[in-house]
Design a protein around this ligand. Structure first.
Ligand code: HEM
Length: 126
């Protein structure tokens, strides 16, 4: 299986992931109905985000946590949603790539997702 090593690889991975997400019964509605995401805007941000996280290219400047609080206020983003997000991400990485960088992509995504799940839960208690 191919190594995850270039910007093109990231674009392919992110495209395949959000293709799954947009059709997904458990979390797809957050994107289509709750946030009404503009994919032409969202996807390039996600390429930059992953390029920054994995390759240290500082192309993403933003605050990923902050973007999710308004969504969480409209519809609770629960632990189960994040667990499902991680499942889809892991599947997509493993279907397309292998090696250290692919493992790191899964590891980093899981850490952020767990932290995000915790922050969203805390925010709902305020
Ligand atoms: C159930 C889980 C999740 C849902 C439903 C979700 C949904 C969304 C939505 C709707 C947006 C806004 C798109 C827009 O309006 O432009 C967004 C942005 C974003 N998400 Fe998530 N997300 C989830 C988990 C995650 C995780 C685990 C990560 C990181 C590993 C992540 C990283 C980002 C980033 C980087 C942005 C762009 C922020 C910016 O505009 O700078 N998301 N997400």
């Amino acid at each position: 299986m191919k190594k995850l090593e270039s910007r093109e690889d990231i674009e392919l991975l992110v495209n395949k992931f959000y293709d799954k997400v947009s059709r997904d019964e458990t979390i797809g509605f957050f994107f289509s109905d709750v946030a009404r995401v503009d994919w032409d805007h969202h996807l390039p941000k996600m390429y930059a985000f992953w390029e920054t996280l994995l390759f240290g290219q500082i192309s993403y400047k933003g605050n990923p946590m902050a973007m999710h609080f308004p969504i969480n206020e409209k519809v609770a983003m629960e632990k189960e949603h994040f667990a499902h997000w991680i499942k889809l991400w892991t599947e997509t990485v493993e279907e397309n790539f292998s090696g250290e960088m692919a493992d790191l992509a899964i590891y980093k995504a899981s850490n952020i997702a767990n932290l995000m799940a915790h922050k969203m839960e805390m925010a709902r208690k305020l």
